[in-house]
Ligand binder design. Structure first.
Ligand code: AMP
Length: 121
């Protein structure tokens, strides 16, 4: 399946719909999740058109990989998550429960999150 240019995160990247931006560099964009699952819930996305983690880590350039990693570190600092920790999640496909087909990492924190996110039907 090819990348859907109309997905919601592609539209956020093009500035077509608003978001609560946290950080941006050449390769990545970070904003607050619209339905936060924790006191802090950020979404980190690459600017490139990758559908999921597999595609991104397989096909991204070294510059894209580095920029994405730098954005993660920067946002952990900006949101003050380093001391008490956080959880990072990425969902891929049907079994992963992925809703938006643009690769993204959820960064959650601000309270103890338990041992693992519960699966829901
Ligand atoms: P996933 O199930 O991993 O694809 O997660 C998609 C996430 O995108 C969900 O946590 C949604 O709450 C979030 N989301 C959907 N639309 C928006 C939006 N317009 N702005 C910010 N987050 C959004």
């Amino acid at each position: 399946m090819s990348y859907d240019e109309g997905n919601i995160f592609a539209r956020i990247l093009r500035g077509e719909i608003p978001c609560k931006k946290i950080f941006e560099n050449e390769e990545a964009f970070v904003f607050h999740d619209i339905r936060p699952q924790a006191p802090i819930h950020a979404i980190i996305i690459p600017k490139g058109a990758y559908q999921n983690a597999y595609e991104f880590y397989k096909e991204a350039t070294p510059q894209e990989l580095q920029g994405f990693a730098e954005a993660i570190v920067k946002v952990i600092d900006l949101l003050g998550l380093k001391e008490y920790g956080y959880r990072m999640i990425t969902n891929h496909g049907l079994h992963g429960g992925q809703e938006v087909p643009h690769f993204h990492v959820h960064l959650l924190g601000g309270r103890p999150l338990g041992r693992m996110v519960a699966a829901s039907d």
